[in-house]
Design a protein around this ligand. Structure first.
Ligand code: Q9C
Ligand code: ZN
Length: 358
């Protein structure tokens, strides 16, 4: 059986993006060719069935994100244009509404233009908005939810080529190239369809601060993440092993920070801990996999040391759970290697799954 691969071209207009790295504008690493490269490489193998997403409407997004941040993503660009901003330049925040700004003051009003509110809802300078951003972000959610549909319909594995990615986006927060949290929306949707416990496994190089925040105090969602140690790695302020969830979610957040140059063997060792936690949680729903490929040794913005062949081993290890997997694309910026790494990962994931169902 071919593996469902859900993709659309809506993301192509989320382009021409600039991010600020140490204050300097550079072309955004998160570019359209990422998804095109992965799609073409997977389709060249004949093992995938390419399909378009179906429209799931706004409700699944509103189940995860606050209306005020959805409104911002939808309207920041048009408000900026109405205010006379240059349509050739992506929008980035020029303020940051930190806790320290308010101190004891009960500040309650937002600026009128949604573009001027960016500083209240965006935590970095890597999350630009252009004309095509909102429709791309909505399409990415539809891709993620359609990927879930395929797995609920019986596919052991399906892969959603979501772009923009999602795992840095919190309940009322955008950042890290992310606007809507595709994986969190899938987890919430599967619970809405009657599941009791869902596990999210995040193998992107960066800590999924948004996903962790959304499910921090939830007893029905396990969040496990392997990532570069936030002591010196973006997003810096979360992802330490000591963060374990709170309230009903106590113990259901598992952070596995990794040192620079972690190789395949060490990665697989840490992954076993994550997989053991998932088994112990006994999910009754497909595993949601936040699949970043920025753990690759040649990724331009990351510092782990995985090789292409390691991804097949990682995919195999995830498949050893014996659970269906909804794989959602997150990061990965070594364009020339993304295709081969995706083929390797998904191949490893699907191989063992076939073994299970046989
Ligand atoms: N000097 C994802 O992989 N830039 N987002 C960090 C550190 C932002 C990564 C710069 C990285 C965001 C989905
Ligand atoms: Zn990443």
């Amino acid at each position: 059986m071919p593996i469902p691969l859900i993709a659309s071209d809506h993301h192509l207009a989320h382009d021409g993006l600039i991010e600020l790295v140490a204050g300097r504008p550079v072309p955004c690493y998160e570019m359209p060719q990422r998804v095109t490269a992965i799609r073409d490489a997977l389709m060249a193998t004949d093992n995938y069935a390419l399909d378009a997403p179906t429209d799931h409407g706004p409700d699944p997004i509103a189940a995860v994100h606050a209306l005020e941040v959805i409104d911002l993503v939808e309207h920041a660009w048009s408000d900026a244009i109405a205010a006379g901003r240059d349509p050739g330049q992506p929008l980035l925040p020029d303020t940051f509404l930190l806790r320290e700004y308010a101190g004891p003051m009960p500040l309650e009003r937002m600026p009128l233009g949604r573009h001027d509110r960016l500083g209240a809802f965006c935590f970095d300078t890597a999350t630009p908005i252009v004309a095509g951003t909102a429709s791309a972000a909505r399409a990415a959610v539809d891709i993620a939810l359609t990927t879930l549909d395929r797995v609920l319909d019986g596919a052991p594995v399906a892969f959603g080529l979501c772009r923009p990615p999602g795992h840095h986006a919190g309940r009322r927060l955008i950042g890290g190239y992310c606007y809507f949290n595709n994986a969190a929306i899938v987890a919430e949707a599967v619970l809405a369809r009657g599941a009791q416990r869902v596990a999210i496994l995040d193998v992107d190089f960066h800590h999924g601060n948004g996903t962790q925040q959304i499910f921090w105090d939830r007893g029905d969602v396990l969040y496990g993440s392997l990532h570069g140690d936030p002591s010196a790695i973006y997003p810096y302020f979360s992802g330490h092993a000591s963060e374990r969830g709170g309230g009903a979610g106590e113990g259901l957040t598992l952070n596995l920070p990794l040192p620079p140059e972690t190789d395949g063997d060490a990665y697989l060792g840490a992954l076993e801990e994550g997989l053991a936690a998932i088994r112990a949680f006994e999910p009754d729903a497909p595993v949601v996999l936040s699949l970043g490929l920025d753990t690759y040794h040649a990724d331009p913005i990351c510092n782990l040391a995985l090789e292409t062949s390691d991804y097949a081993r990682i995919g195999n290890a995830v498949a050893s759970l014996g659970m269906p997997v909804v794989a959602i694309l997150e990061g990965g910026y070594a364009i020339e290697a993304l295709g081969a790494n995706a083929v390797s990962f998904l191949g490893g994931l699907a191989d063992s799954t076939v073994g299970f169902s046989a």
